[in-house]
Design a protein around this ligand. Sequence first.
Ligand code: NDP
Ligand code: MG
Length: 378
Amino acid sequence: MKKIAILGSTGSIGTQALDLCARHPEEYRVTALTARSSREKLFEQVRRFRPEMAGLADGIRPEEIPEDLRFCRWMSGKEALRAAAAEVEADQVLVSIVGIAGLQSVLDALEAGRQVLLANKEALVTGGHLVMDLARRKGKPILPVDSEHSAIFQCLQAAGPNRATRILLTASGGPFRTWTREQIRRATREQALNHPNWSMGAKITVDSASMFNKGLEIMEARWLFDMPAERIQVVVHPESIVHSAVAFEDGAVLAQLGVPDMRVPIGYAMAYPRRLTTGVAEPDLFSLGKLTFEKPDEERFPSLRMAGEALAAGGAACAVLNGANEEAVAAFLRGEIAFGEIYDRVARALDRLAGLPAGNFEEIFDADRRARAVAKEG
Ligand code: NDP
Ligand code: MG
């Protein structure tokens, strides 16, 4: 029986992880659940999975806790996240909250000797060297949940003594794959949230439309697989069946295929090195008929170029890109700025702040704070 703590349990990844726990009650016991503010949804989950601890980052007062849920230890704010990551008994901690907020939780969980199942790519984007160093020291490699990184990880199981020479990181291209630059700049919130293949939380869905998601994923892959950015090739693949691939020096390329359903990569991380039944069917190659691949277009999607520049600059540049993007996406989702402004605001933050250092946790958070301030300027 594995004990699992889930940070961000009310979100897209969190609910799918709980779906897998419900399918395998003899294998997983949920010990902690946290959300930011979705209290009714969290109440339902606590009622069903009966964890030892539950918490809301935005806080909850004792009198707000329903009678029948008082068996559980309820916590608020940062303390709740820390307890779920590091205090409550757990073999595995799934970090599926959004944004740089996940970095502290990943470090807390590793420090406490937990196995981290990582959906929150922003932790590696902003603090990749801290996370990977700590995981190495603790002997607890990070298990990726992001579908592309899970695919790469799965392919690498067949590498034996060989090192992969390149990573082929696939991208659906999002809802604006065929749009002109001008159309993309004027896209509405509704259009950006209309992803062709994946159903995900709002922030990552907007990132998929802008292709900042793929930029963040290059950074994520760079850290997870110790692969220089110039050996990571983005490949646009609109069907989202090939989830990524790795190349070896003999010319062989190994890929992982599946329908776009996050329960496969979540389940692989939860049960690694085993595989779980997930309720997901294999792709029907005959009805698919063909799979297509395109080169990414950095003119229409300048996010990819900016990600390359941030990686080359090193230091806190990736944290600056991430912080400015988080802030700009939030403003876009509130209806305050046009879609094209997301690119402009991130570019402005990188222009001004790309040289900041990221030697430790405080410097990373300082860079994040300053990037957000620049992105907020009108
Ligand atoms: P959602 O927005 O659907 O869910 C986020 C969850 O985290 C919710 O439970 C939310 O609580 C909680 N949360 C959000 N912000 C905070 C915060 N600052 N502090 C504490 N809790 C918080 O996101 P997703 O599930 O889509 O994504 C989660 C992470 O996984 C992201 O980093 C994303 O990039 C990554 N990912 C997601 C994929 C997907 O298919 N969804 C695919 C690959 C990666 P509440 O409900 O109360 O707001
Ligand atoms: Mg992904």
